[in-house]
Design a protein around this ligand. Structure first.
Ligand code: PLP
Length: 835
């Protein structure tokens, strides 16, 4: 077995004392050649890019691993407090270019590859995305661990190693078709399998209780069907600081003894084949964003993540402190990324009581000081609930613990509000009804010492709405942590030309202190600087055109206003409002209303959850409208509509530098934060947006005159619900009436009658939760203001500079500093200043 311990042989410590790896061109070249020629056994006749990518990655990875061990030892020696980011999703994207940037060897490697006749850009692009997430929530986790390493905080990311990540999207006849994303097909050189840290995870069975020798009730969970969780570690480098943290992803596998005992020899092949049931658990990422669907396999995934990660942390703890947990809560903190890993609350109770013998009160005191919960959505359909029956079958011991937590909790509520039965019913962890359900968000709140939202408005709405009862009980638990994005990936790496211009102008301190971008503001008045800024933006637009050209041959003019909406397709994000505006522009051109026209190229991209009927219809509508507009010679350069297929991290790295206008047009009160909005702003796009999520804070930072605001406020949306009358709004607005008519008469679906009826019905329904029609007029007016601004190139460029200059708040370095100051309370550790 690969995980067998040494018995006769014992490695000397010299086994791990290695000569320091050279960070110069010569050494990198040498290592590259050795990997390419020896380890991979290729020569100059090999025409597969992949091997050159792999050889380079191995050389770079060695340099990360060197720093990784040092960081690991520094954390161990200082016995520092640690935090763990538990997330079902890490949307990492590519690793190679980020590793080179953070090690500070990107320019040097480019030269080295050039001298070997290789184009570094081509190698970088041959790496598949690690797409282990759906959208904003998963990408946030990736940005967070980048910032933790840059701030030298001892934080480990814990997640799942899905064999298949987010599906890849192709468009056939205007419709989304999903293709499996086998991202590990060519191997993954960045990960290290650590069989020695595998953990056993229990499922099924039943519980037994007995009284131990001290007279305490003890519970055993028996007759279980176990699986193993095997960790795969990926290094997470900080920005040029010697710190390399860990992302530990669990893969589910069969136990060694895997039920071969249960089968007689005749069933050997079937017994081996049954290994699949264990491996299935981490086979695929669920492709639903902001919406859960109650599948048993998903609960299994969540439990594997929670149990394996907690056992891993406890194993390390016991290795050092034995069974003394008195300081566990002072030295460990778990941040739960949404409710997905919230079963960890009950699992930590189980491990502390059933395995380590603590009493209920001791275990609860530790658990409730160790867990912190981040909420990511106000949409009620996204709040996870699991059927009690499913729980009882799959995790019987955890259900008992949840019932006990609930009993203690409801006793606390009763003593605070005696006799308030309705409140007890509302707050119970168990929802009654024809089928009892466990409310996972409530479990997370009850078990955590901190509950945060992800933008000011979102945190406020949580306290006033969704979690109001809990806020009344424990106001001190609630706080806000406005999201961010890492400026390394989302400015330095994705927009090297703009970064170079910024660094030439204000120095390079902004990479680790993004508030320094503010210094750009004074240069907005410098005409020569504006010219350079404009030229860089035009180049990025051309890069975006070239990227798009790979798939479809549509002529796009880089002088047009690039109007971009990329994000998951969801009704609340209102891609439909965008389409209504595009159809309105088309109608204006067709009726000759084109005085003072601004050429515009509208780019829309995003994936729909495979089971989300309306989202898929919206993709079809975008493509059908695009087809009509892009093939009409009357329209020409005035208007283009383009669907960008397979939106993902590596696509956004090309898209956000090339955007002029960023569409952030969700119904107010529905987008928790948004982070796409921040990437665009950082790259000098202007925002057209509602007062929703972090848009509000973006507008505060950049000033109203540099932001195109429109739409109802959250309060106005809620007030209008009772008397929303879209039909009368349509009738009272000639532009909107004509736009709806074009859609309704089948102009965009001549040979596909009726296919957009469900979309039209939802737009016209007085019960449309997203109230798209209500914001049409205000949206069109904001678009007109954007066009007028774009007509004046000097003015637009100035606004672009001011947007970038004021994006400093939206670095995850700021977000993580706040998590650390107010929740985790970790001390930064510099591995280079340790022993
Ligand atoms: C940033 C990002 C998101 C989040 O976008 P929003 O506009 O905030 O929803 C989703 N997917 C990818 C690939 C991203 O890079």
């Amino acid at each position: 077995m690969p995980n067998k311990r040494f018995t006769k042989s014992q490695p000397k410590s010299s086994i791990t004392t290695l000569p320091k790896l050279g960070m110069d061109k010569i050494h990198l070249e040498e290592d590259f050649k050795r990997y390419y020629g020896h380890r991979l056994g290729r020569d100059e006749h090999c025409c597969s890019l992949n091997y050159a990518y792999e050889a380079l990655s191995l050389a770079i990875s060695d340099r990360l691993v060197e720093r990784w061990k040092k960081t690991y030892n520094a954390y161990k020696e200082t016995d520092c407090k640690r935090a763990y980011y538990l997330s079902m999703e890490f949307l990492m994207g590519r690793t190679l270019s980020n590793a080179m940037l953070n090690l500070g060897i990107n320019n040097l490697v480019e030269k080295a590859m050039y001298d070997l006749g290789l184009d570094l850009e081509e190698l970088i692009e041959s790496e598949p995305d690690a797409g282990l997430g759906n959208g904003g929530l998963g990408r946030l986790a990736a940005c967070f661990i980048d910032s933790c390493a840059t701030l030298q905080l001892p934080v480990t990311g814990y997640g799942l190693r899905y064999e298949y990540g987010m599906f890849s999207q192709i468009i056939i006849n205007g419709e989304q078709v999903e293709k499996p994303d086998h991202w590990l097909r060519n191997g993954n050189i960045w990960e290290i399998e650590r069989l020695e840290y595998k953990q056993r995870i229990k499922f099924g069975g039943r519980t037994e209780s007995h009284i131990d020798e001290h007279g305490n009730k003890r519970v055993c969970w028996v007759d279980t069907h176990d699986v193993l969780a095997v960790p795969f570690d990926t290094p997470v480098p900080g920005y040029r600081n010697g710190t390399v943290n860990t992302l530990r992803l669990w893969k589910a596998t069969a136990t060694e003894e895997f039920d071969l005992d249960d089968f007689n020899a005749g069933d050997y092949a079937e017994a081996v084949a049954a290994k699949n049931t264990a491996e299935n658990i981490t086979m695929v990422l669920y492709p639903n964003d902001a919406n859960e669907n109650g599948k048993a396999l998903r609960l299994k995934q969540q439990y594997v993540l929670a149990s394996a990660s907690l056992q891993d942390v406890i194993e390390t703890w016991v290795g050092r402190h034995g069974n003394d947990f008195s300081e566990f809560a002072e030295k460990n903190c778990f941040q739960l990324n949404d409710t997905h890993p919230s079963i960890a609350v009950a699992e930590l109770m189980r491990l502390l009581m059933d395995i380590h013998g603590l009493t209920w009160d001791e275990a609860w005191s530790i658990t409730s000081k160790t867990m912190a919960y981040t909420n990511h959505t106000l949409l009620p359909e996204a709040l996870e609930k699991w059927s009690v029956n499913l729980f009882r079958q799959m995790l019987p011991r955890l259900l008992e613990i949840i019932f006990d937590i609930n009993a203690h909790f409801l006793a606390e509520v009763s003593s605070r509000w005696p006799g308030d039965l309705d409140r007890l019913r509302r707050m119970s962890l168990i929802e009654e009804g024809h089928e009892q359900q466990v409310r996972m968000a409530y479990l997370a709140i009850v078990g955590s010492f901190s509950v945060n939202g992800v933008a000011e408005l979102h945190s406020k709405l949580l306290q006033q709405g969704l979690f109001r009862d809990f806020y009344e009980l424990w106001p001190e638990k609630f706080n806000n942590k406005t999201n961010g994005v890492t400026p390394r990936r989302w400015l330095a790496s994705c927009n090297p030309e703009l970064s170079e211009l910024i660094t030439q102008t204000i120095g390079d301190g902004w990479l680790t202190d993004l508030t320094l971008l503010k210094k750009l503001e004074s240069h907005a008045d410098d005409k020569a600087f504006r010219k350079r800024w404009f030229e860089v933006k035009q180049k990025a637009k051309q890069r975006l055109i070239n990227y798009k050209k790979l798939e479809h041959d549509i002529d796009i003019n880089a002088n047009a206003l690039f109007d971009v909406q990329v994000k998951r397709i969801h009704e609340y994000k209102r891609q439909l409002l965008n389409v209504l505006h595009v159809v309105h522009l088309y109608d204006r051109i067709k009726r000759g209303d084109t005085a003072q026209w601004t050429n515009r190229c509208v780019l829309i991209g995003g994936k729909a959850a495979p089971g989300y009927y309306m989202a898929k219809k919206i993709i079809k509508l975008i493509n059908n409208v695009a087809n009509v507009i892009n093939n009409d010679p009357d329209i020409g350069d005035k208007l283009k509509l383009i669907f960008l297929p397979n939106y993902r991290v590596s696509a956004m790295e090309i898209i956000c530098p090339g955007a002029d206008l960023s569409e952030q047009i969700s119904t107010a009160g529905k987008e928790a934060s948004g982070t796409g909005n921040m990437k665009f702003m950082m790259n000098g796009a202007l925002t057209i947006g509602t007062l929703d999520g972090a848009n509000i804070e973006i507008r505060e930072e950049v000033g109203d005159e540099n932001f195109f605001l429109f739409g109802l406020t959250e309060e106005q949306v809620e007030a209008m619900r009772h008397h929303y009358d879209p039909a009368s709004i349509v009738n009272g607005d000639e532009d909107l009436r004509r736009t709806m008519l074009l859609l309704e008469c089948g102009h965009f679906n001549q040979f596909e009658p009726g296919i957009f009826d469900p979309i039209l019905a939802s737009l016209k329904s007085p019960h449309d939760p997203w109230m798209t029609i209500a914001d049409f007029r205000s949206y069109v007016e904001a678009q007109n203001r954007a066009e007028a601004a774009y007509q004046d190139k000097e003015r637009w460029t100035r606004m672009s500079i001011v947007n970038c200059a004021n994006s400093g708040k939206f670095s995850t370095d700021r977000t993580i500093a706040e998590y650390n100051d107010e929740i985790w309370r970790l001390t930064p550790i510099d591995p280079e200043k340790q022993g």
